[in-house]
Design a protein around this ligand. Sequence first.
Ligand code: FEO
Length: 171
Amino acid sequence: MLKKSIEKAINQQINAEFHSAYLYLSMSSWLQSVGMAGCANWMKVQYQEELAHATHFFDYVLERGGRVTLAPIAEVTVDFKSVMHVFEETLKHEINVTGLINNLMDVAIKESDHATKSFLQWFVDEQVEEEANVEQILNNLKLINGEGQGLLMMDREMQSRVFVNPFPGKA
Ligand code: FEO
């Protein structure tokens, strides 16, 4: 049985994961509108990943006999200045999510909930990868000044990203 403090914290995280999904879908829409189909695809895969994260938390609460209560999802940005701006915002957002996951881990440690600590470790590791991936994209964008032929080539590469369910057989 989940302690109420853990249940509440995970419910907030479920909302944050859906908010991330919503933000990335909004970014995907903007990227598509400026002809960056490959970047739009990359961001849509990002959206699918966030949905998988939200569902994984959802399933965990139920598995531990808790109750999921879904709250409204906060508004997201719909307009961006450039492709560079989109990925700068993505990095900022992922750094924020890392903070949320760390806070969640702090609650699990405080409550001596070892099962939740074990469950959360995947997300701790995932955040390292999430931040590194976006930093790499930003570095590449800076190298090509975020424009021209380089951007078109990069957009083509971003087209190859496909969604792989991180929790096969579950979400
Ligand atoms: Fe659910 Fe991008 O972290």
